[in-house]
Design a protein. Structure first.
Length: 145
């Protein structure tokens, strides 16, 4: 493994460990599966507490899953990056099983970055599409307590 690849692996482990501190994501059962520069993948097992009154996953639970995945991807370079705009489109309801969210970077510049996050169910049906724009601060994550 080259030293550059080794440094990327170390940085991604740091980002993974940093995001394990997200108490709300832990509370709702989101698991961080993968992270690499500009990308992230998460999962959430659908539980009774994720369901709305009609028995499908609450839009807020889907938004939370997508938003967390967005945050991981946007912060994957090590800069403190915060959302400035986000929207979600719901394509299909989900009721049981596992949800998988995958973030991919659409654009990146020194101050702004944009991402699309797709959420799939256990059958690989598209459940929701989230789009987010983030502001990239000069601060590095390692300096944040």
């Amino acid at each position: 493994m080259s030293s550059q690849n080794f440094n990327i692996v170390i940085k991604m482990e740091f980002i993974k460990n940093f995001f394990q501190k997200d108490k709300f994501a832990q509370h709702v059962g989101i698991e961080l599966l993968e992270v690499e520069p500009g990308r992230a993948k998460t999962s959430m097992l659908i539980k009774e507490e994720h369901l709305n009154a009609i028995g499908s996953v609450h839009g807020g639970a889907l938004f939370t899953l997508a938003d967390y995945t967005f945050a991981v991807a946007a912060n994957s370079y090590g800069n403190v990056t915060v959302a400035i705009n986000a929207n979600i489109s719901f394509m299909k309801s989900a009721k049981t099983g596992m949800l998988i969210a995958e973030a991919k970077e659409i654009s990146l510049n020194p101050k702004l970055s944009t991402y699309t996050i797709d959420i799939y169910d256990s059958n690989q049906d598209l459940i929701a599409i989230f789009q987010g724009m983030a502001y990239r601060k000069k601060d590095q994550i390692k300096n944040i307590n």
